[in-house]
Design a protein around this ligand. Structure first.
Ligand SMILES: [Zn+2]
Length: 480
């Protein structure tokens, strides 16, 4: 509620100063971008690429619209030349969004509605808001005609939410247009409290990756009128029951440790102590108590461990036949450095039943038929994701982000962060490019729940402060 009031104050105070148009350019750009429906599948990102061309071409950027084998799907690259004395900086944002459950929205998700100090629509947070902020920062820098020491490359890529023609396609086909010293992407958060004060800024330096395992329980296939004791479905159910009682041990990366220490500083007791204990204590009892308390929050539970999520079940084909096998597909989101083999060993040990086999699941995200080519592409993606090293917490871009976050949000803590999900940054990271992630707008925990959900929105005031932070970061890194 606080945020809505702040938004109204914003509109009423700015209106008389600027006359007819109180909505800042970055918010108007976001609304325009939301109006192009890029729900993926199918994405249809080419129309967004064409819109971006009309913004970037007149400002002196070199434009490439990179077509893909899928009609209507295209990637966008704009390059603003520096003098070449330093290597380029890349800023990347995905063009596509996830689909909507339209009946659950209170307004049109693709109308780009600006209301009560917010921009509403699918992608407002993930990640058209970021696309608008990154694009506006690049356009503003071009408008200022500041001499640059390095090229500024803006990329708007397809297929982050699924599909095969996003960052990896670009890295494979036009790496010479992408190659850079470091890159900015989606990732960490600028979290504000109920009083609109920014608590902390987290900058992601790595993403979790995904390993999917298949449990296959075996029994005797026979007539259902005379059941045997070795029923495959019961066996699978027992294995799943054991997994449901099990949780993996916390595995803190350096970034997660630093993140929890930051949370310790921004939290009240008893969480203050729990966060500190989890990050620093050697006492297993204190760590376990801290884990229990902190894991009440599903996000925090997820960033400190490999998570376990059963996602598909498959067994049987008719009522009078007991099937000889039953399968469960389990999706694990893992801390960087976790191997398939160690995960298989851990899960096999937990299930402790020689008639339940644990293997790597065939690479596919859905139950439907998947072509051999798609399987190969997804397996390659999973391999690249798990091989992408954590980006170093140093270098001009990381340092500029830290400096500008502190200047833009005085009093806020700034911390590195292991992003709880996967992003398409792996395509650059796996080629050795450090990538730093941020959703560049202060956001409340309540508004965060709307991401990939209903009535997704971002405050206009947040877009403006994020734009300031990103523009100054890029100038610090690239200006002469
Ligand atoms: Zn995203």
């Amino acid at each position: 509620m606080k945020a809505i009031r702040a938004g109204l104050v914003f509109v009423s105070t700015v209106l008389p100063l600027f006359g007819t148009d109180p909505v800042p350019e970055v918010a108007r750009l976001l609304a325009e971008v939301i109006r192009i429906d890029t729900s993926n599948p199918p994405g249809n990102e080419q129309r967004l690429a064409e819109l971006l061309k009309t913004k970037f071409a007149p400002m002196g950027f070199e434009i490439d619209i990179i077509p893909t084998p899928q009609p209507g799907k295209a990637n966008f690259i704009a390059r603003l030349r520096g003098d070449g004395s330093k290597r380029p900086v890349l800023i990347a944002a995905h063009e596509d969004v996830v689909g909507v459950e339209r009946e659950k929205w209170s307004l049109d998700p693709f109308a780009g509605i600006i209301q009560d100090g917010y921009v509403y629509g699918r992608g407002a947070i993930d990640f058209k808001g970021g696309l608008a902020v990154f694009a506006q920062a690049a356009l503003d820098i071009a408008r200022q005609k500041r001499p640059l020491a390095r090229d500024l490359i803006f990329v708007a890529e397809a297929d982050e939410e699924g599909g095969a023609y996003g960052t990896r396609f670009l890295a494979d086909t036009v790496w010479n247009k992408i190659d850079c010293e470091f890159a900015l992407n989606e990732g960490g958060w600028i979290i504000k409290d109920a009083n609109d004060k920014v608590q902390y800024v987290s900058i992601s330096t790595a993403d979790k990756s995904s390993i999917t395992l298949l449990l296959t329980a075996r029994g005797t296939s026979t007539h259902s009128s005379m059941p045997l004791r070795d029923n495959a479905i019961f066996r699978l159910a027992r294995a799943l029951a054991k997994l449901s009682e099990y949780d993996t041990k916390p595995k803190l990366t350096d970034s997660t440790r630093e993140f929890f220490l930051t949370l310790s500083e921004t939290s009240a007791e008893p969480m203050k102590t729990h966060f500190r204990n989890l990050a620093t204590s050697n006492d297993p009892k204190l760590v376990a108590a801290a884990d229990r308390a902190i894991s009440e929050n599903p996000l925090l539970h997820a960033i400190m461990r490999n998570t376990i999520a059963p996602v598909l079940l498959n067994a049987g084909f008719r009522t009078n036949v007991i099937p000889g096998s039953a399968e469960a597909t389990i999706n694990f989101r893992v801390i960087p450095g976790t191997t398939q083999q160690e995960l298989i060993e851990e899960i096999t040990h937990v299930i402790n039943d020689p008639r339940v086999e644990v293997t790597v699941a065939p690479a596919s995200m859905t139950r439907g038929p998947v072509s051999a080519d798609q399987q190969k592409a997804m397996a390659a993606r999973d391999r690249l994701m798990s091989s992408a090293a954590e980006s170093r917490k140093s270098g001009a871009l990381y340092e500029a982000l830290v400096t500008q976050a502190k200047l833009t949000y005085p009093g806020a803590h700034v911390t590195p962060y292991l992003f709880q999900a996967g992003t398409d940054a792996y395509a650059w990271r796996s080629r050795g490019v450090p990538v730093y992630g941020i959703y560049p707008y202060p956001i409340s925990a309540q508004d965060l729940e709307r991401m990939h959900g209903n009535d997704e929105r971002v405050p206009i005031a947040s877009l403006e402060s994020g734009l300031k932070m990103i523009t100054n970061t890029l100038l610090e890194v690239a200006a002469k």
